[in-house]
Write a protein that binds this ligand. Sequence first.
Ligand code: NAD
Length: 254
Amino acid sequence: MGRLDGRAAIVTGGAKGIGRHYAAALAAQGARVMIADIVDGASIAAEIAARHGANSVASEVCDVSDEGAVRRLIGATLARFGRIDVLVNNAALFATLAPTKIIEMDVATWDKVMAVNLRGPFLMVKHVAPHMIAQRAGKIINIGSGLAHKGMAEMVPYAASKGGIATFTRALARELGAHNINVNTLAPGFILSDSILESGTHSDAVQNAVVASRAFKRHAHPQDLLGALIFLATSDSDFITGQTIAVDGGSVNT
Ligand SMILES: NC(=O)c1ccc[n+]([C@@H]2O[C@H](COP(=O)([O-])OP(=O)(O)OC[C@H]3O[C@@H](n4cnc5c(N)ncnc54)[C@H](O)[C@@H]3O)[C@@H](O)[C@H]2O)c1
């Protein structure tokens, strides 16, 4: 028996990188999972269906910064699963962002990062929360970053957007607590996701500096995040809300 039997979850940005692992981990606990991504999530959906059955998973192409697309996604999720219990706001512009000095940053890049990384989670919550409120239960997991706490040169809009996520979580937890909805931030440290490895944007020197900053001096992988994800998605975390849980080998203290 899974910890999330009978529950339905949405993972944004679930087609690639760490999001694929979140989707598979939730399905392994019995949740039916909607994978929502700007790219096609059919391959991870097929993997999950092969392991847990065709009724365990669905995927939709969705740009989380577009309110019409988010409305259609929620409609499709409810049509398929009839409920939404867990929302993982994981989609973000990160692995594809080229490091850029602030004095050379163009407004379009700044606005795009904010649109995907902050407006996206806002729109998802705006359209998912009514269903959680009606159920008087729900788990919202916003994916933050250690960079919200440490900062990083030439990644200013990204770090600022993730700082926004931490505060979005705190404020939202206050508002949705009356409806028995948990809202927390899971803040990964630097993770060797497929997207990061393919992008080649982080040099060995940057990676080694991250490892040196940790209490546990090793690289981190998507699997390192899954225990905290399931903790935040299940009843084990029922009295925890508004918090940031850093999973980074002890690099930042939140
Ligand atoms: N990898 C790391 O080191 C690291 C560290 C801290 C936080 N994070 C966070 O973890 C999450 C996943 O990161 P990742 O390393 O897997 O990188 P990633 O770039 O692969 O993940 C982003 C996912 O979001 C999707 N996406 C992008 N724009 C979208 C949009 N407009 N609408 C819907 N989906 C969209 C992408 O297609 C991708 O699947 C992100 O929120 C990232 O900020 C990653």
